[in-house]
Design a protein around this ligand. Structure first.
Ligand code: CA
Length: 426
């Protein structure tokens, strides 16, 4: 089924990223209404139109109703079996074997605007890249980069759901308390150390019950799909506020999500073993250990960061790539993060967002934020046009891209996550 071709011809182009094998879900504006859609090639299959024109008559009523909602939540709450049935129905409509080629069901992606696909109640951000934790630890604590709990606990903190925005939303430079080391007291000023963080995110489909942990071997039943996350960070505000309870206003001003949610079914060919633990590292504690997670619980999702400065945009230059990494480098898998999160009985609700933390890899070219690349500004990077950056400037656009590829399989795109920096309010 997944290698079949579509009558939406550009979807069959190996470089397109939205073939029949992908079929990610999102929400787009049609007039003033929010419609759920599935990306196919350069178009969107309008699921509300599919319902209205009778194409989903064989699906359960609850699923048809969910397709008419302004967010994915009602669909996600029904569990991954329902999403699978929906994708199979969409495959039937879009396959080149389909008898009807009904263009009334399609909207060009270029003619519409994507909105936040999910009503997100809670947002948790992890710290699952050991390379990121080590690089950042080295900057702040050269004598003890990695704290002793790291190899036992999937470290995380509770983020802020109210400031999550969809790709393309401008990001206002925040102001806050900043204390430079030589000063005795902080000032309040626009951040001078605005950064991005390259992250993966996964959304909770079926929720869980209060006081009942999700066992690790059932964790994926609750994961609806993946997207890209940019966890914007103000490093100077962060370094003054983060002790003793962790980041607060340095992170909560904005988080950007890519608009398409790629299901676990679409990602199945790109599963890989979890990161092998080096000799001497402790084994995961029993509630975080599972043979299926060890053998194929991680995902080889390739990720890249690009920067497009105002000057580059004005000069007609292409964005410059700052780094490339993969979700496979994480020390903890999504299932381990979810099992840990609920191990104290904390319930998950449909639409909750769990992000991985900055995805860095072992190479210098795979550092997932400017804090790591420039070593907190000590080693500014030089862009192809000669501009330099320690941290982000006003007018800079940050573009995250992610996809999966492997011989014998069509490329699966997770799309893009974009944001341009606006100057601080005066
Ligand atoms: Ca983060």
């Amino acid at each position: 089924m997944t290698d079949a071709n579509s009558w939406v011809v550009e979807a069959n182009d190996p470089a397109n990223g939205f073939p029949l094998a992908n079929l990610p879900l999102g929400v787009f504006l049609r007039g003033h209404d929010r419609h759920i859609g599935i990306a196919i090639g350069n178009s969107i299959l309008d699921l509300r139109a599919c319902v209205d024109l009778g194409y989903f008559d064989a699906l359960p009523r609850s699923l048809r109703d969910a397709c008419w909602q302004p967010t994915l939540n009602a669909l996600m709450a029904q569990g991954n079996g329902s999403a699978r049935a929906l994708r199979e129905a969409a495959t039937g409509i879009l396959s080149e074997d389909s008898l009807q080629r009904d263009t009334r069901l399609l909207v060009a992606q270029a003619d519409t605007r994507m909105v936040l696909p999910v009503d997100i109640g809670d947002y948790t951000d992890f710290y699952a890249s050991i390379d990121h934790a080590t690089h950042v630890g080295r900057i702040f604590r050269p004598d003890q980069p990695l704290l002793p709990n790291y190899k036992y606990v999937p470290i995380g903190y509770h983020g802020r759901a109210s400031s999550i925005v969809v790709s393309g939303t401008p990001i206002r430079r925040p102001s806050g308390q900043i204390k430079v080391p030589e000063a005795t007291a902080p000032i309040v000023a626009p951040t001078r150390a605005l950064d991005y963080e390259l992250e993966g995110g996964f959304l909770i489909g079926k929720g869980s019950t209060h006081s009942e942990p999700i066992p690790i071997d059932r964790a994926e039943d609750h994961i609806f799909g993946f997207c890209l996350v940019n966890d914007w960070s103000a490093r100077d505000i962060q370094s003054w506020e983060y002790q003793p309870l962790g980041p607060f206003l340095s992170k909560s001003f904005a988080t950007t999500l890519s608009p398409w949610i790629v299901t676990l079914d679409a990602l199945a060919p790109f599963r890989v073993p979890s990161l092998p633990r080096p000799e001497g590292d402790p084994a995961p504690l029993p509630y975080l250990a599972d043979e299926a997670v060890r053998t194929h619980g991680a995902f080889d999702i390739r990720m890249e960061v690009y920067l497009h400065s105002l000057q580059m945009q004005r000069d007609g230059q292409l964005p410059a790539r700052l780094s490339r990494s993969s979700l496979r480098h994480l020390y903890w898998t999504p299932s381990q993060m979810l099992a840990h999160h609920t191990s104290n009985g904390c319930p998950m609700r449909t639409g909750d967002l769990l992000a991985t933390g900055t995805v860095s890899g072992p190479e210098d070219s795979s550092r997932g934020c400017l804090l790591e690349i420039t070593e907190r500004g000590a080693k500014p990077l030089t862009l192809p046009n000669g501009e330099t950056r320690s941290f982000l400037m006003d007018g800079d656009e940050v573009i995250l891209r992610a996809w999966c590829e492997k011989p014998g399989h069509p490329r699966i795109s997770l799309g893009e996550c974009r944001g341009t920096i606006l100057s601080a309010l005066s």
